[in-house]
Design a protein around this ligand. Structure first.
Ligand code: ATP
Length: 311
């Protein structure tokens, strides 16, 4: 697959502190690439350099769009949802979307049709003539997202697109973003909520304190840190399971028991050791989450403390 964006060895220092340290990654045509990491890791700074808002101290950016290679971002071929949300509050939804798509060179008649289609997808068709200030925060975010994709750019950069959205809206966003990638758009998403975006990304780049932690196809990363987790709902501890030689660690949160299996333990092997009649209400098996992989790496290889609240 061809690259749409190549980020090569970029560095950035603010006030003598290196906040981005030799970062390199690519975004391929038609993929969803996730740049993830905790608060303050350097995601927004990286995105601002890609968008040309701030320049890297060292390193290069290459954009391959419409058959041309460039070092500066071609505005009409890119869509951007910045971390700071904000649209002109006095403007009406249709007016502002027509204005913003006009800046990207989109024909008014085509724009109007696409705007109505998008507003319908987000159940906002009845708000076309409402002022932005009459929208809820989530509704305004949807309008701003529409503005970033309306001109069908080759590359879309979404900085924390899910923050502030309810779970239903998050699902609609995920669905629409997946659809855009399937139609060939390259999408770069930043998020500190790893478990929220891991299901839609093809590849991920995890950054922490300005440095690369992990980079590659999600499935490969999960296979590399290939342990499984067995989640059980049970009133009491079942020592045959929590103390099993196949279990590396476990956590309890009320009735929820989360058991991380030792690396390379097949789930079926563990399941076969469950005593008949064990008092289990529910049981599920999953690969350990990206969040847990990050915690493991950040703690220097230990997965003993896994935060069940964030699952
Ligand atoms: N304009 C600036 N001047 C000085 N320091 C800055 C500036 N912008 C960012 N930083 C610093 O760079 C580091 C990375 O910040 P950045 O906003 O890129 O993180 P982030 O990963 O996007 O975090 P979050 O998830 O909280 O949005 C932080 O230590 C931040 O304080």
């Amino acid at each position: 697959m061809n690259n749409t964006l190549d980020v090569k060895n970029i560095n950035k220092t603010y006030n003598g502190v290196k906040v981005i340290n030799d970062i390199s990654f690519a975004v391929k045509a038609g993929e969803i690439m996730g740049i993830m990491g905790p608060n303050g890791a350097g995601k927004t700074t990286t995105i601002r350099m890609i968008m040309g808002i701030t320049a890297p101290d060292q390193g290069e950016l290459h954009f391959f769009l419409n058959g041309e290679s460039r070092n500066r971002i071609p505005q009409a071929s890119v869509g951007y949802l910045p971390e700071e949300r904000g649209l002109y509050k006095e403007a009406k939804v249709m007016e502002i979307l027509l204005f913003l798509s006009g800046l990207k060179g989109l024909d008014k008649v085509i724009a109007r049709k696409r705007i109505m289609e998008w507003l319908e997808k987000f159940q906002l068709a009845d708000k076309a003539n409402s002022k932005v200030q009459q929208l809820s925060k989530g509704m305004a975010q949807k309008v701003q997202f529409i503005a970033s994709v309306l001109h069908q750019p080759a590359l879309v950069v979404l900085d924390e697109p899910f923050s502030g959205l309810d779970p239903v809206s998050q699902d609609i966003f995920k669905q629409e973003i997946r659809q855009l990638a399937d139609e060939g758009m390259s999408i770069l998403i930043s998020s500190h909520q790893m478990n929220l975006v891991e299901e839609i990304c093809n590849r991920i780049f995890i950054i922490n304190k300005g440095e690369k932690v992990l980079y590659g196809p999600l499935q490969d990363i999960k296979a590399q840190y290939g342990s499984y987790q067995v989640n059980i709902i049970a009133e009491q501890e079942i020592p045959e399971l929590t103390q099993s030689p196949l279990v590396q660690s476990f956590q309890r949160l009320g009735k929820k028991w989360s058991l991380v299996l030792k690396d390379n333990t097949a789930p079926a092997k563990f399941l076969a050791t469950i005593p008949p009649g064990a008092p289990i209400d529910e049981l599920s098996v999953a690969r350990i989450s990206l969040h847990d992989i990050f915690v493991r790496i950040a703690k220097g290889g230990s997965s003993d403390e896994i935060n069940l609240e964030n699952r």
